[in-house]
Design a protein around this ligand. Structure first.
Ligand code: LMR
Length: 394
């Protein structure tokens, strides 16, 4: 039977991990997978995470199943407070504890399909490649909408709105809540308001993928677009990841928050439990307990926010340094967009051949579409990258 299987194309992002590891060069630079690294190139366990784990370990008396297939309500509530703010509409909220942010996205697609088998999922072009491959894997209809202006490296807002004019009632529109992956270009708050108006007018449902809250301008600032959408639209899906902002990548912790009319809430909560049960039954718990412990313990939360601020400021500083160095080398402002982008990623705008040249000549690893993980840099590698960009003729 298994002889019928066809080889699957390797994942372009995950493939880079092994390629970088196997490169013997000492001065290689890893700008591939979206993982935060400090100046020494390590991905540390955050201080508050360590302390929360210690407290959980001391207090835990059982490993029996958690109380609900959709995960603990206390986790959903803590995440809703983080994402939507303390005054979120409790009577509209349902929640699902998921296997990472990807699991939340997947379950969001499943819910939309259950509710409306005819739904079309609109995805930004470009987007995180896994969005598209998951939809293909599900045999789910999807369409791209233009998002990025390759010339200016900013959001192609007019083109985006023009494409979204074609959205039908009951379609699902995927939006990146902040720190767009792969481009680093994000709508302004005024543009978020226009997006919200359009979706409302069209009767579409947004699925906001919020994987990098706290990595752009701040926890509140990065959630502002999502909050605006949540306040204006009657039905909203939000897939929040805890992988990056809590640095607990391998714990696979995420949350799908769903806002509906209060009268639909009980059915929605039951549907979320059902979708988890049919996929893997109970969700993993350890990461969710860490997150909930941090968010609900004032001293741990303060320490987590302080460390997240250090992480964010480090990335902002690297962006500035890289833009300045390129300004110096090229005697132009062509690369100033790097300082304007937010989050881990920027799409440089290099051709696949130029990306390959930077890898071969300088040991610089970035995704083939020229997405760079800014957190993979440090003060020493910024000039190396800048020089390689110029030498590659970008
Ligand atoms: C990325 O985009 O690099 C991360 O989200 C990791 C992944 O799973 O692709």
């Amino acid at each position: 039977m298994f002889g019928t299987l066809k080889p699957q194309a390797p994942d372009a992002i995950i493939q880079l991990i092994a390629a970088f590891r196997d490169d013997p060069r000492e001065n290689k630079v890893d700008l591939g997978v979206g993982v935060y690294k400090n100046a020494e190139g390590r991905t540390p366990v955050m201080r508050a995470v360590r302390e929360a784990e210690r407290r959980i370990w001391e207090a835990e008396t059982t490993k029996t199943y958690i109380s609900s297939l959709a995960g603990e309500a206390s986790f959903h509530e803590a995440m809703a407070g983080l994402v939507l703010g303390a005054d979120y509409p409790k009577d509209r909220l349902s929640g699902l504890q998921s296997v990472g942010g990807t699991g939340a996205v997947r379950q969001g697609f499943e819910i939309a399909r259950l509710a409306n088998p005819d739904t079309t999922v609109w995805v930004p072009d470009p987007t995180w490649p896994n969005h598209v491959t998951i939809l293909d894997f599900m045999h789910q209809r999807h369409r791209p909408y233009r998002y990025f202006d390759a010339e200016t490296r900013t959001v192609a807002f007019d083109a985006m709105l023009a494409d979204l004019e074609q959205v039908k009632p009951g379609d699902l529109v995927l939006l990146h809540g902040c720190c767009h992956n792969p481009t680093g270009a994000n709508p302004t708050l005024a543009q978020w308001a226009e997006i919200a108006d359009l979706l409302l007018r069209k009767g579409a449902v947004p699925l906001v993928d919020l994987a990098y809250q706290g990595f752009g301008d701040g926890l509140e600032e990065d959630a502002a677009g999502t909050r605006l959408i949540a306040a204006r639209l009657p039905e909203v899906l939000i897939a929040a990841s805890c992988s990056k902002n809590f640095g607990i990548y391998r714990e696979r912790t995420g949350c799908l928050l769903v806002l509906t009319d209060p009268s639909n809430r009980a059915v929605m909560q039951g549907t979320l439990a059902h979708v988890n049960r049919q996929t893997f039954s109970f969700p993993p718990d350890h990461g969710a307990r860490i997150v909930q412990t941090i968010l609900t313990t004032p001293e741990l939360r303060a320490d987590w926010e302080a460390e997240l601020t250090e992480v964010r400021n480090g990335m902002l500083s690297l962006r500035r340094q890289l833009a300045d160095e390129l300004r110096r080398l090229t005697n132009s402002d062509r690369f100033d967009f790097l300082a304007g982008h937010r989050g881990m990623f920027s799409r440089l705008g290099a051709t696949p051949e130029q990306v390959e040249k930077m890898r071969l000549d300088s040991g610089i690893y970035m995704v083939g579409d020229s997405r760079m993980n800014i957190a993979g840099l440090n003060e020493a590698s910024v000039p190396v990258l800048a020089r390689a960009i110029v030498d590659a003729g970008v």
